[in-house]
Ligand binder design. Structure first.
Ligand code: DOR
Ligand code: ZN
Length: 353
């Protein structure tokens, strides 16, 4: 990574980053959002929570084709496909997916945890044959780390998941490689720091930039609602410590999750923040606030491919210190999409050269 000056850099050049956690959807939403990600990232791990979910290699191949079809012909963007783990996923499904070369991971949603997770896992033990097959071929399990028990406080669901689901799973299948997705708590940071090479975590820009007060600033803020929900400031500070540490098993995963405006601004609004329009700029903002812009490149561009055992990118991108206003909305089919920080100013901008 190259700075123009030591104290307050005006440009930032880094190896092209990848997004290790992304929702692209399908249909009109896919067409509306895919190019935002392709403009910034070389590759992205594409989440499989469509309706119906992507549960086998054939469906992943079809989804990959649909993604490529909405991108410009000369786009070099590479979608990295995932399968959606269900109680019925068989070891043979994993082996076929691995042999396809195109499926890089499998996503575990506890049933009912979030958007389109009704087909998720009800009893993790039922999936053990599939998980053993993943351990055998080195394919990572990507974990939505929240329990769904309605009696557990919504702000405690990640911590309870770590104790009651994740640690037992790690003991049961020691060879299984795991990414704890979109971590939000000091409990998760402690676990990653204590665990060996088989456990990594993605961190979103929004969980680095905001705490739970942002949900209620001046009134209820549906565009700041996501899952896992924003936590109290002490947990955000733990995430900042994680990125400051330069630990190699934290990496970038936006969890950019587009929903039509009316589905967010509703009596029962959907979870998810849209951040793909300014993903690397948002991370640069967070890393600068944390005083560690020099740690951005490893987090955004190196640690992810190293964990996934994929080559690092060779192209570079340049960010410039430049004031710009985030659009109020983006068109999405017959609706609109409200991006994070709509109408507000950011101070880093991805260069076009
Ligand atoms: O906020 C979220 N939105 N969290 C998730 O886990 C899923 C995502 C979505 O697909 O909308
Ligand atoms: Zn997600």
């Amino acid at each position: 990574m190259v700075y123009m000056t030591d104290s307050a850099p005006t440009t930032l050049t880094l190896t092209q980053p990848d997004d290790w956690h992304l929702h692209l959807r399908d249909g009109e939403a896919l067409a509306a959002v895919a190019d935002h990600t392709a403009q910034q990232f070389a590759r992205a791990i594409v989440m499989p929570n469509l309706n119906p979910p992507v549960t086998n290699a054939r469906m992943a191949a079809d989804y990959r084709k649909a993604i490529m079809a909405v991108l410009p012909d000369d786009s070099a963007f590479e979608p990295l496909m995932t399968l959606y783990l269900t109680d019925n996923t068989r070891a043979a499904d994993i082996e076929q997916a691995h042999e396809s070369g195109m499926v890089k991971a499998v996503k575990f949603y506890p049933a009912g945890a979030t958007t389109n997770s009704d087909a998720g896992v009800t009893d993790l033990k039922k999936t053990y044959p599939a998980l053993h097959a993943m351990a055998a071929c080195g394919m990572p399990l990507l974990v939505h780390g929240e329990v769904t028990d309605p009696d557990v406080d919504v702000f405690d669901r990640e911590a309870v998941f770590i104790e009651t689901v994740l640690k037992p799973l790690m003991d049961d299948i020691p060879e299984l490689r795991i990414v704890l997705e979109h971590i939000t708590t000091g409990h998760a940071v402690k676990l990653i720091n204590q665990s060996g090479e088989r456990l990594a975590a993605t961190i979103t820009a929004h969980h680095l930039l905001m705490n739970r007060n942002s949900l209620f600033k001046g009134g209820i803020r549906p565009h700041h609602y996501c899952l896992p929900v924003l936590k109290r400031e002490t947990h955000r500070l733990a995430l900042l410590d994680a990125i400051r540490s330069g630990h190699p098993r934290y990496f970038l995963g936006t969890d950019s999750a587009p929903h039509a405006r009316e589905n967010k601004e509703s009596a029962c609004g959907c979870a998810g923040m849209y951040t793909a329009h300014a993903a690397i700029e948002l991370y640069a903002t967070a890393f600068e606030q944390a005083g560690v812009l020099d740690k951005l490149e490893a987090f955004a561009s190196l640690n992810g491919p190293d964990f996934y055992r994929l080559p690092r990118n060779t192209e570079q991108i340049t960010l410039r210190r430049q004031d710009w206003q985030v659009p109020d909305n983006y068109p999405m089919g017959i609706s609109t999409l409200i991006p994070l920080y709509a109408g507000e100013h950011l101070h880093w901008k991805l260069g076009t050269d």
